[in-house]
Design a binder for this molecule. Structure first.
Ligand code: ADP
Ligand code: MG
Length: 738
């Protein structure tokens, strides 16, 4: 060990209590001490801070540390004061939160040479007073932490960072050490150029985080999935990232309602609440923090066990940074992201108002993110590739694609067909329309454009539109096609695509992309809801053996009670039972469509059967797993229930709430559907003929195949008023079915 190494090791032990340096720490510190400009690329948790803290303590003079987040400076300074006890002045920060007296104290310590580290926000560095002060100080070096903030290609661009070089020149030259965990070649060259340190010694560590597990999940019922996940991982610390503040608030309260210790964190909260919530997370008073990206930079909680992205981040760097906050101690770190193409379309729409150059950058970053999410390759390999690193093993055994490979097929023929179509059309069209042409669907669009006369019309009729949409989509990812944002998603062929037509070659396509919502371009929310309902039906994820036993039981009971099966419990209720395994009447009520009355009337046999099944098969029940929704605070509903209790006429209720009778009935139906029983007899007796009541009632009891209002109106509409049918149906549901 040379002399410098000896000194550094003893200081490492003395100040920080560590026995050895990690990764490139020692080499980069030596290089800085030798007077070089230094560029340190290390993943989050790699130990970048030490690369400037230790040399600052060793060298003559004061190190200026430029760091973007005012909120974190105090923590950092406190941490150093903790290392070097008995010397408060050793580290200071300078930002807009200080008062006059505090600034004076900082001045004194700086000028007397006590201070080894001064943290400044870039905007404070521009202040005349501060510049004048720093000109009088002997500066050991400048450290630019989170240096990717300099680059528009980074995930957290801060224009003030661009002013750093001129300021350094004004204050006085000294070596510069720039540090970041963002390592794309573009960001890297931007940093070096903008800081004027092209000759810097570069220390780049591997960005592989072997202890992290990466998974992308289809975004169907993410809330439920997240609650299930957390309940299966009790007591573990985790961060959930959402794009909007609104979602952060909603999700945090939903988790809290479901018995999970969770708090929100976003820039819209006042500073006090924010730092309280952050502290409670760090102190493990709460397990989960639901946050926008405002949370986490520089947060040093080593045992975060999972990072969930409720929304896909806007770039791979951002994804890498945020997932990087899991498992900093080298232990378990589960990174789960919910992906829906619809979210990407939303992000694209947000971009439309921005300057063209910014849009261009944003779109490219987003495309890369989509490609990552939809890929069937090893996620670790893809991530590292993005940072210019080759990950050699074939299977990392710690990402969804390596553990559960997706089936692929050779799509040379199919891709060729798509490209030929896009190439031959005179104008550009959206994915949806192209898929219709290939499938051979006649609709107003295909007719208007006479596309039903094209030679390629129906050329791919063996597959459905969804299949073609996914092929087109994968064509975009492979850069054979290009999708415009400005024109709401028109598809062009790229030079690479033309080249493919001239020289076709095999392409591996994912056979069955499981991701929902990928088809079509600007579907509205209604379709959204439909899609997720459909997905729910398809893959409830329940226990099939139990489900069929429950159905048998329902059949038996329906014979015994002479009631139709749906009156006892609907299919969604049985599905839920096969997922939630309720073993008490109380728990049973948490299944869809099971109100108090129904649970008491029909529930016993069902929970008995489930309890027996659970015991016999040693089933581990999802620990109290029940998603409770936030209570609806509809004033209308409460008023309606109370008024019906007092036997007020429905006309009066409607008038009092300023709604019409139709809307009132809709509200009442919703109340009843959620399991509350209402007694409308006082009103029905007055308004509807007794015989009519009997006949309609009988229809529901013996003929109807479900409680569907639409079917009832169809079946009975010729003979009775809609109002009559609806009223009697409500009566029936309350008396028999609920
Ligand atoms: P980064 O800024 O690169 O994300 P930090 O500087 O916050 O990382 O350090 C991450 C963690 O590693 C911290 O808990 C820090 O105390 C710890 N650490 C840093 N250097 C060493 C070392 N040489 N030995 C052990 N732990 C270290
Ligand atoms: Mg750091």
């Amino acid at each position: 060990m040379d002399e410098i190494s000896g000194i550094l090791h003893s200081k490492l032990k003395e100040f920080f209590g560590y026995d050895a340096f990690k990764g490139d720490q020692e080499d980069s510190i030596k290089s800085l001490i030798a007077g070089n400009d230094v560029f340190v690329l290390m993943p989050t948790g790699g130990g970048k801070s030490l690369c400037y803290q230790l040399p600052a303590l060793v060298l003559e003079g004061t190190a200026i540390v430029i760091s973007p987040l005012i909120a974190l400076m105090k923590n950092q300074v406190d941490a150093i004061r903790g290392f070097v006890s008995g010397n408060e002045g050793i580290a200071h920060f300078l930002n807009s939160s200080l008062n006059k007296a505090q600034i004076q104290a900082v001045r004194n310590d700086l000028l007397s040479g006590v201070t080894k580290l001064l943290y400044v926000a870039p905007e404070s560095l521009t202040k005349e007073d501060n510049i004048a002060l720093l000109k009088e100080v002997r500066i050991s070096f400048y450290a630019v932490d989170e240096a990717h903030c300099i680059s528009e290609w980074g995930h957290d661009f801060r224009p003030e960072y661009r002013r750093i070089l001129p300021l350094i020149n004004e204050i006085g030259k000294a070596p510069v050490i720039a540090l970041t965990a963002t390592a794309t070649p573009k960001v890297q060259s931007d940093i070096l150029k903008t800081l004027g340190i092209q000759d810097a010694k570069v220390f780049k560590s591997s960005f592989n985080r072997p202890n992290l597990y990466y998974e992308i999940r289809d975004k169907v019922e993410p809330e439920k999935d997240i609650i299930r996940f957390i309940k299966q991982n009790p007591g573990k610390s985790g961060i959930i990232y959402c794009l909007s503040r609104k979602k952060v608030e909603e999700l945090a309260s939903l988790l809290a309602i479901n018995g999970i210790k969770a708090l929100p964190y976003h820039a819209g909260l006042d500073a006090k609440t924010r730092s309280e919530n952050q502290d409670r997370f760090l102190m493990e008073d709460v397990d989960v923090i639901v946050a926008t990206i405002a949370f986490g930079m520089g947060i040093d909680k080593p045992d975060v066990r999972f990072v969930i992205h409720y929304d896909m981040p806007k770039s791979i760097e951002e994804y890498y940074q945020e997932t990087g906050r899991a498992g900093r101690d080298g232990e378990e770190g589960l990174c789960i992201t919910y992906y829906s193409y619809k979210d990407i379309q939303k992000l694209e729409k947000f971009m439309q108002g921005k300057p063209v150059a910014e849009q261009e950058i944003g779109r490219q970053l987003l495309n890369e993110t989509v490609a990552y999410a939809e890929s069937n390759q090893c996620r670790r390999k893809l991530l590292l590739k993005y940072f210019g690193e080759d990950y050699l093993p074939d299977n990392c055994a710690s990402c969804d694609n390596c553990i559960n490979p997706k089936p692929t097929f050779d799509g040379q023929k199919e891709m060729g067909l798509v490209l030929r179509l896009v190439d031959t059309l005179q104008e550009n069209f959206k994915i949806e329309h192209l898929a219709h042409i290939l499938k051979g669907t006649v609709n107003s669009m295909t007719k208007t454009y006479k596309h039903d006369a094209l030679p390629l019309f129906g050329a791919g009729k063996d597959h459905d539109e969804k299949f073609w949409a996914t092929v087109i989509h994968q064509g975009i990812i492979l850069r054979l096609l290009y999708k415009e944002i400005d024109t709401y998603g028109l598809i062009h062929i790229t030079p690479e695509g033309k080249d493919f037509l001239d020289h076709p070659h095999p392409v591996k396509l994912v056979e069955d992309r499981v991701f929902s919502n990928s088809y079509g371009s600007d579907d509205d929310d209604e379709e959204d809801a439909e899609a997720s309902k459909a997905a729910l039906k398809g893959g409830g994820g329940g226990d099939p053996a139990l489900l069929s036993m429950l159905k048998d039981l329902r059949k038996d009971m329906s014979r015994k009670l002479k009631l139709q099966p749906w009156i006892i419990f609907g299919d969604p209720a049985l599905d839920d039972m096969s997922i939630l395994y309720p073993i008490s009447i109380e728990e049973l009520r948490n299944c869809q469509g099971v109100g108090e009355g129904k649970a008491r009337k029909f529930g016993k046999e069902f929970v008995d059967l489930i309890r027996k099944y659970v015991e016999e098969n040693d089933i581990e029940r999802p620990e109290d797993f029940v998603v409770k929704s936030a209570p609806t605070k509809s004033a209308n509903k409460v008023y309606i229930i109370q008024s019906i209790d007092r036997q007020m006429s429905l006309e009066d209720i409607a008038e009092a709430r300023g709604i019409d009778m139709g809307d009132l009935l809709t509200e009442i139906e919703a109340i009843v559907a959620s399991g509350t029983r209402l007694n409308l007899d006082y009103y029905i007796r007055q308004e509807v003929d007794d015989d009519v009541v009997d006949e309609i009632y009988d229809y529901f009891k013996t003929e109807a195949s479900s409680d569907s209002l639409d079917n009832a109106l169809k079946d009975l509409g010729g003979d009775y008023e809609e109002m009559e049918i609806r009223l009697v149906r409500i009566k029936f549901l309350c008396e028999v079915a609920n």
